[in-house]
Unconditional design. Structure first.
Length: 174
């Protein structure tokens, strides 16, 4: 098990607005929102033959909810290129899907207010189940156009090698 050191000076929990998403060894530009990492385990109820009134419970299958990424529409094609590996409209018969590389491991890094990495999660065997290239367009609106990518994942885990950093301290002038 990993060894943890506690920063006795930090009382505030980490904020949810400093994060980056990485796949294929590099950070993806402009992601502004990531849905929660959530897993749930089914409950299997059973009872013993000699126990007339109570059920026992044990864990069953565990499933991981999809993770949705959002970002403003730009010329960057990372979302679309990955989504096209699942279904590429207009491809020749037999080449609509890229079966060899449509799955990717994704890394989600969380940073403190000073920009130091404090948490990291690896999402395993992700693939795109939904891609929204453009939102509803409205000539009377005043908003950023958002792309979304919905990722199915077969599991995730925290990288315990990322430990709590020593937080910066500014010295007062003498």
């Amino acid at each position: 098990m990993a060894q943890f050191t506690i920063n006795a000076l930090r009382f505030d929990p980490y904020k949810n607005f400093k994060f980056r998403v990485k796949w294929d060894g590099r950070y993806v530009a402009g992601i502004s929102k990531v849905s929660a990492l959530k897993r749930s385990t089914e409950v299997v109820e059973h009872r013993e033959g000699g126990d007339p009134s109570t059920s026992r419970k044990s864990p069953g299958r565990t499933k991981y909810d999809p993770v949705t990424l959002e970002r403003g529409v730009t010329h960057d094609t990372d979302f679309e290129v990955w989504a096209n590996k699942i279904w590429n409209y207009g491809s020749l018969a037999g080449a609509e899907s890229s079966l060899a590389d449509f799955r990717k491991d994704v890394i989600l890094d969380v940073f403190n207010e000073a920009g130091q990495k404090v948490l990291s999660y690896q999402l395993y065997r992700c693939w795109v189940s939904e891609f929204q290239a453009l939102p509803d367009l409205d000539a009377n609106a005043n908003a950023v156009a958002i792309q979304t990518l919905r990722l199915e994942t077969e599991g995730w885990e925290r990288d315990y090698a990322v430990t709590e950093p020593a937080e910066p301290r500014f010295e007062e002038p003498a």
